[in-house]
Design a protein around this ligand. Structure first.
Ligand SMILES: *Cc1c(COP(=O)(O)O)cnc(C)c1O
Length: 390
């Protein structure tokens, strides 16, 4: 089956009623015919035998199988949120004395897990400029157990070369864990490029309509079932069956949505790139310093743009406040276009010098492009740029 067919039919488990739309098994437990059957299932549960929703559930299993088919991964484990996926993927793998190398430009909560949580348990973390292969090479040591990065960094849209970094990691026996939210599962190919473990916040493009939190970790069957699953089962980060059902239905349309959103993002980037009131940062533009890598790794530029508004924070705020269609919020990958001012919201916690080092300037705005008509969005953005220029 080709990808779009798998997204509609993959993982389906039909009940005795023969329903067309996947059933929502809103149950935390499962009944056994006999005491002996309960004992046997606790001893060893088969692939479609369930015990307790913290371990697995038929609706959650449908979601896991469908996203694994899309990603081209052997297996998947669904989690309560993107951060449950990131923290579970890393914590299940690491122990005291291990060393991790991570890219410096990360989502705020990922940074917290690496800097504040893992270090508390004796894991050492070295941060590097993710775009600089020499820094990765220099930081990897014999005790390096894992490398972690966002393939496209939030919010500055810098790319990490997955294949090149994976080659360095594998030569040292380290595991490559990629947070692939900005690339999206539609344009991923991360496993083919050498990633061992791929994580998504399903809250973003997988739901795609801003309803539920969720996450997923993908990788080899051995890693998912022997390393991650025991950890997740007992620490409680399971995805709720209701949210899994929403995400499962989200996968049916993700290919169409993400392609349309990326095409609109490209259109908007091209329409605004010659406007003196703004500097457009978008991997799909030829002038992006990593345009060639973006094309090789994702095939296009993605659904998110960064806009550096001329005139700093005051102008950026005037820009946000003048938008009439695009919403001020902090999700991304949604059907509704959303703008965020990272310096005062998602990255507020970081010291000023640290924001500057990451390129999170006072004028920087992140734009997640939705499913509206791109011409309406361009008009809205141009009107707001006029307001920003005062
Ligand atoms: C949103 C996001 C997360 C966290 O996901 P939640 O579902 O909000 O927990 C992690 N990494 C990246 C890159 C994100 O954009």
């Amino acid at each position: 089956m080709k990808t779009r067919t798998k997204l509609v039919h993959g993982g389906t488990r039909r009940s005795q009623w023969g329903e067309v739309s996947e059933a929502l098994f809103l149950t935390q437990g499962f009944v056994y015919e006999t005491a002996e059957a309960a004992e046997a299932r606790f001893l060893s549960a088969g692939p479609d035998e369930f015990i307790y929703a913290r371990y697995g559930n038929p609706t959650v299993a449908m979601f896991e199988e469908r996203i694994a088919a899309l990603e081209g991964a052997e297996d998947a484990f669904a989690t309560a949120s993107g951060m449950a996926a990131v923290s579970g993927a890393l914590t299940s793998l690491l122990r005291a004395g291990d060393h991790v190398v991570a890219a410096r430009a990360l989502f705020g909560s990922c940074l917290y897990v690496l800097e504040e949580v893992l270090t508390r348990f004796g894991v050492e973390v070295t941060f590097v400029d993710g775009t600089d292969l020499e820094q990765w090479r220099a930081a990897i040591r014999p005790d390096t157990r894992a490398l972690f990065f966002e393939s496209v960094a939030n919010p500055t849209l810098e790319l990490v070369d997955i294949a090149a970094v994976a080659e360095l990691a594998h030569a040292a026996g380290a595991v490559v864990v990629v947070d692939n939210v900005f690339a999206t599962p539609v344009y991923s190919g991360a496993i083919a490029q050498g990633a061992d473990v791929v994580v998504y916040s399903a809250t973003k493009h997988i739901d795609g309509q801003g309803r539920c939190l969720g996450g997923v970790v993908l990788g080899s069957r051995d890693y998912i079932r022997k390393v991650l699953e025991p950890y997740m089962k007992h620490t409680g980060g399971a995805l709720s069956p209701f949210n899994a059902w929403v995400m499962l239905k989200g996968l049916e349309t993700i290919d169409l949505r993400v392609r349309a959103q990326s095409a609109s993002a490209q259109r908007i980037a091209e329409a605004l790139q010659d406007d003196a009131r703004v500097r457009v940062i978008y991997p799909g533009l030829a002038e992006h310093p990593q345009h060639a890598l973006a094309l090789r790794q994702m095939g296009q530029g993605g659904t998110v743009l960064a806009l550096e508004i001329e005139g700093g924070q005051a102008a950026a705020f005037r820009f946000l406040n003048a938008l009439e269609i695009v919403l001020i919020s902090n999700n991304l990958g949604d059907a509704k276009s959303i703008v965020t001012h990272p310096a005062t919201t998602t990255h507020q916690r970081l010291a000023v010098e640290r924001k500057a080092a990451l390129g999170i300037t006072p004028g920087l705005v992140r734009l997640s492009v939705g499913l509206e008509d791109p011409e309406d969005l361009i008009d809205d953005l141009r009107g707001a740029l006029r307001a920003a220029a005062g």
